[in-house]
Design a protein around this ligand. Structure first.
Ligand SMILES: N[C@@H](CCC(=O)N[C@@H](CS)C(=O)NCC(=O)O)C(=O)O
Length: 217
């Protein structure tokens, strides 16, 4: 059955792989599933056809036969549950990998997303300069804890899993800020993720769209 995901017609990050379709592409590449991509404009994302797939008018979405999903956590979990390669067979190890997926999206990503908001949406507010260090320190609190847990291991719990895929994906958003490099083991962890052939294919695929000339009209 054909898998179709949605992605930005033109990503605001210009192809740095920070839009959330990249993590879904990465998961599909890890498990060797081919997929198609439907590109959507910001306007189309808020129109009924896309809202029927994604109630909040965002990307990515995932369609496979009569199944339609939104939310990257749910999409990556679905992919990992259907195909070998992203979750361990042992039931307890599997549950722990899923725990890291939730930690990525519930505990780490919100603090990192605050920084994006503080910079892009609130950067011109008079209180922004005072708030920024607070936001950065909340990220550092989380990274310090994550760094301590990872230690010198390659991955968070044994072999690479969907948990690592999502943790590395959310940490990647931090690279432009320089904060990631304050934690050398986390910077190496992310680099290990980026070095995986599946990640490289996912990154190249989204870059090919975003590096192309803008669509006519
Ligand atoms: N929690 C959602 C967040 C999805 C999300 O925020 N997507 C962004 C792209 S990375 C988007 O569509 N932004 C467009 C907008 O805010 O209008 C997920 O993980 O799928």
């Amino acid at each position: 059955m054909t898998i179709t995901i949605t992605a930005f017609e033109r990503s605001p990050d210009g192809g740095r792989g920070l839009a959330r379709d990249t993590r879904v592409r990465w998961a599909l590449e890890e498990v060797g599933q081919p997929y198609e991509v439907r590109l959507v404009s910001f306007r189309a994302m808020k129109e009924p056809a896309h809202l029927a797939l994604h109630p909040f008018g965002l990307i990515p979405t995932y369609e496979e036969g009569d199944l339609a999903l939104f939310e990257t956590g749910s999409i990556v979990l679905h992919i990992a549950g259907r195909h070998a390669g992203l979750l361990p067979d042992d039931a307890n190890a599997r549950a722990r990998a899923i725990t890291w997926m939730f930690a990525a999206l519930n505990t780490i990503e919100p603090t990192i997303f605050e920084l994006v908001t503080a910079r892009l949406l609130e950067g011109d507010k008079p209180w922004s300069k005072e708030r920024l260090p607070l936001v950065q320190d909340r990220i550092r609190d989380r990274l310090k804890q994550l760094s301590a847990r990872l230690g010198s291991a390659d991955w968070l719990d044994g072999s690479f899993s969907a948990g690592d895929l999502l943790i590395a994906s959310v940490l990647l958003r931090l690279r432009p800020s320089g904060i990631l490099d304050e934690y050398p083991n986390l910077a190496s962890y992310v680099a290990r993720g980026e070095a995986r052939p599946a990640y490289k294919r996912a990154f190249a695929a989204q870059l090919a769209i975003n590096a192309a000339p803008p669509p006519a009209g």
